[in-house]
Design a protein around this ligand. Sequence first.
Ligand code: NAI
Length: 353
Amino acid sequence: MQVDLHRPVTELAPGERLHEQVMTANDPQSGLRCVIAIHDTTRGPAFGGCRVWHYANKGAALIDALRLSEGMSYKNALADLPFGGGKAVVMRPPGAFDRASLFTAFGKFVESTGGRYITAEDVGSTTEDMRNVARQTSFVSGLPRDGRFGGDPSPKTAYGVFVAMEQAVRMHLKRSIARTTVAVQGLGAVGMSLCERLHDAGASLVVADIDEARTRDANSRFGARVVSVERILMEPCDVLAPCAMGAVLNGQTVMVLNSAIVCGAANNQLAAADDGDALHDRGVLYLPDFLVNAGGIISVAREYLGQGAETTVMQEIGGIGRRVSELLERSENRAPSRVAVSWAREKLDAVAT
Ligand code: NAI
């Protein structure tokens, strides 16, 4: 996992908010070692998923939690949700471990926040894990809900990314998605669902994943051309869709990308804010992850509020396309990555005052 270790976490840019609260849990019995970071609750309780990952050390886990929770504040604000930004990061225990016991302990930790933090799935956690969390706390979403709207948010995230991509292709390349080649990095829950939508819409696909079974599947189902994980970021294409892990747009990669647009699901794609400027200077249109990947949080938020129904949630996610147009209009000649952060902070300030 690459994280932005270059920027000291104490350095605050103008307008940047310090995290409200950061909590850690250490439970030797279940093996739970976890950080919950609450970035901002101006708009409501902090809402964001639970990532389970192999972190090299606790510093890497902490930095990831800080970055991801800040991104959730911007995501929830731009999506006009009544929630603030938070995230949980669980250091995956080495070797085999008892998932039920780990997520039971995690559920108790979430409960101890008294509702200041609400959790759901993210990379490394599943719907089944959230069921175990739900036995300990009601501050959880992304669950099958017996006849009511709910469950795995990944297809909703993929839909939001697809809508954003369609809009960007229309505005920036002046054509339809059917006449584009899209390179998808990562064929997990979101990436594979995105490939399916793109294939149905007539786009050509190039894909890579560290898991060969997934690339074989994408090749047989969608006729996707498979390239190596080293190659995918520099593959000539119209749109690059990072759908694996963060920090893929960094000092090394932004200069060798071969796409006109970057629009994908992965959180924290930019290793540092300057990488967004470098993409802009190269004429690559980068659509900020926290704007385009909001479909999942919209889904779990509406489920949590008991306001969800498939059609209305899909309509709300469709609004991401309009926000992409607004971002491009607001950006004029500035980097959209910077403009999107200012836009989100404006929304936070508007509620705070
Ligand atoms: P996932 O864990 O189901 O899939 C990730 C995929 O990326 C896996 O197939 C994995 O093998 C692959 N991968 C890992 N490292 C790779 C590399 N170096 N090169 C190529 N492939 C690699 O995760 P999911 O749920 O599909 O999420 C993908 C990204 O989207 C994550 O960054 C996540 O935080 C973000 N996201 C997901 C949401 C959701 O609803 N699931 C919501 C918003 C953001």
